[in-house]
Ligand binder design. Structure first.
Ligand SMILES: [Zn+2]
Ligand SMILES: [Zn+2]
Length: 271
């Protein structure tokens, strides 16, 4: 039997999510019959990463708050210990120019870290790095314009995903690559992506996941996004990863309490 586990969720320490109390999320998870629940808040970002300081503040908590987040997460873990196995984690960003920053966070907190989601949210673009999942407009103007074609963007994205898997592999903590098809978030609003290209790139990633012992965040948040309409993991890819024994963990990527458990039905149907 598959453990009923939501392996990717956010908290009040996310400033583009909800400030709702944690109990709202967790009580819902318990009502839905979840047995394990991972708190995987966005980890702080290096100061000066963006020119846009307002956006910077919304993307992740400031580094000074990280001790408070761990305190909060551990408190929840204890509080609910008899009802639900809460694991304490972080969603870390693959930032090739700032690997030592990430390394420092992992070193400082490794005793408390049970799960790591390692995600590619950023790519180099026009005048610096940009979020691939912010808005379709920003994707077009700041990223697509920089690379010239979707084909080039997709290749750059999967180059980052591969490098991310290789880097995170060395950490002695349970880890998963975050929402591997996030590049398709704005699919219906952007020039089309060649499915064959995506397939080829993903096929190349399977041996890397096996070798690296990095799991898959089966992230269903894309189902909630109109311009995407599907999970951020393709069905055939999930099936192949399962066949190869790669750890495939469902993730709602909840940014508000009502997100908890969404897409679980899709997940169980496809594993
Ligand atoms: Zn988020
Ligand atoms: Zn993410």
């Amino acid at each position: 039997m598959q453990l009923k586990w939501d392996g990717h969720t956010h908290t009040q320490y996310c400033y583009h999510g909800s400030s709702e109390r944690q109990e709202m999320y967790i009580d819902r998870a318990i009502d839905l019959g979840f047995e394990r629940y991972t708190l995987s808040e966005h980890s702080p970002l290096p100061v000066g990463l963006f020119k846009d300081t307002n956006l910077f503040k919304r993307l992740a908590m400031p580094i000074e708050e990280l001790p408070l987040y761990f305190q909060y997460a551990k408190k929840m873990k204890l509080l609910y210990a008899s009802k639900l196995d809460i694991t304490v984690g972080l969603e870390l960003d693959y930032l090739p120019a700032h690997l030592s920053f990430t390394e420092r966070i992992v070193n400082d907190w490794h005793a408390d870290l049970q799960d790591i989601i390692y995600s590619v949210h950023y790519l180099p673009g026009v005048e610096g790095i940009h979020c691939i999942d912010y808005t379709a407009e920003s994707f077009r103007e700041d990223i697509l314009a920089f690379y010239g074609s979707m084909e080039n963007v997709v290749n750059e994205y999967y180059d980052h995903v591969e490098a991310a898997i290789t880097w995170v592999a060395q950490l002695p903590i349970r880890k998963r690559i975050g929402h591997i098809n996030l590049i398709e978030k704005f699919a219906s609003e952007l020039p089309s992506i060649d499915e064959k290209q995506v397939r080829t790139r993903l096929e190349g990633i399977i041996p890397l996941l096996i070798k690296s012992n990095v799991g898959l965040d089966v992230n269903t948040a894309g189902l909630r996004v109109k311009s995407c309409g599907k999970p951020y993991v393709l069905e055939w890819f999930l099936a192949e990863c399962m066949k190869q024994g790669i750890a495939c963990v469902y993730g709602s990527d909840s940014h508000k309490p009502e997100h908890v458990g969404t897409g679980w039905d899709w997940f169980v149907k496809h594993i």
